[in-house]
Ligand binder design. Structure first.
Ligand code: C2E
Ligand code: MG
Ligand code: MG
Length: 277
């Protein structure tokens, strides 16, 4: 039976909380996968896994409508555990189906990053699914590093040592400190959509993107541009030597099945390892 059309009204209230708790214990979620492509040849570079709640009446609920509440209820780490496990299962399943050594990134919640058991759990998860280092990427936002940067950097280092590739998500939106920035043990920065949106039309945004990309490269980080929606944006960013693109221009997030179809048609080439920070 086709899933009902998603509601746009932001859900809230006691029954919402009750449904959310039940969904977390039952695992009523699915991951959709949005491709990242290489600049300038458009070759496939990996997926970002984005969670959706499979709601019985609302259809697929987007993360913006339930992740914040999940965090307030203290349930975000539980969902995060499900997401990481599901992503690893999927990577291994694609490989077993002959679709290549795909890498997938997942978004971490603040509670997950603070969890001292996460590096060991990650190691175990990669082992259980037979995945080598770098096949699972973790995305953390700048905001998650700001409260206690030294501690966050130590945690990131432990995750990197456990075999994860690391990205700073929504980069440029969190007032990160340059003093800490130079010590970040991450592989890449994801330039936020707000800068990408007008990069082809706004001189300041263009300068900002060019500057961030150049600085990132000098520090040994790769750069992914988020939310690339048209050719003009892509062309401008390509001129700034951006490494990877992600956005509706290339693909919307795809269901598991459609992501498999995408892989069957994708030009998968081996990923060149980026310098470890
Ligand atoms: P994000 O990690 O920055 O993910 C990118 C978001 O931008 C996704 O929205 C994606 O669908 C959307 N997007 C991608 N390309 C374009 C584009 O060209 N134009 C526009 N307008 N949007 C684009 P989505 O899936 O609704 O996710 C929103 C946010 O929810 C994510 O932002 C992330 O912060 C959070 N999220 C998603 N999945 C998870 C998860 O498993 N755990 C946690 N903790 N957070 C998650
Ligand atoms: Mg992300
Ligand atoms: Mg982002």
């Amino acid at each position: 039976m086709p899933a009902p059309a998603p509601s746009t009204a932001p859900p809230s209230g006691e029954s919402f909380d009750h449904e959310l708790r039940a969904a977390v214990s039952a695992g009523d979620f699915e991951l959709h996968y949005q491709p990242k492509v290489r600049c300038p040849d458009g070759g496939f570079a990996g997926f970002e896994a984005l969670v959706r709640w499979r709601h019985p009446t609302r259809g697929l609920v987007p993360p913006g409508q339930f992740i914040p509440r999940l965090g307030e209820l203290g349930l975000a780490p539980l969902l995060g555990r499900w997401v990481m496990t599901e992503a690893c299962r999927q990577i291994a399943a694609w490989e077993a189906a002959g679709l290549g050594a795909v890498s997938v990134s997942v978004n971490l919640s603040p509670g997950q990053l603070r969890d001292p058991a996460l590096p060991e759990r990650l190691r175990q998860l990669l082992r259980d699914h037979g995945l080598g280092p770098g096949r699972l990427e973790l995305e953390v936002t700048e905001a998650m590093l700001m409260d206690a940067p030294d501690e966050a950097i130590a945690r990131l280092r432990a995750l990197r040592d456990a075999g994860a590739r690391l990205s700073i998500d929504d980069f440029g939106t969190g007032w990160s400190s340059m003093a800490h920035f130079r010590h970040l043990p991450v592989h890449q920065l994801k330039l936020d959509r707000v800068f990408v949106q007008h990069v082809d039309r706004d001189r300041r945004d263009a300068s900002l993107c060019a500057g961030v990309i150049a600085l990132a490269h000098r520090l040994g980080f790769g750069v992914v541009a988020e939310g690339v929606e048209n050719e003009a944006q892509a062309k401008r960013l390509a001129g700034f030597d951006c490494d990877l693109f992600q956005g509706f221009l290339y693909s919307r997030p795809l269901s598991e099945e459609r992501a498999g179809d995408y892989l069957r048609g994708a030009r998968i080439t081996p990923r060149t390892p980026s310098p470890s920070a």
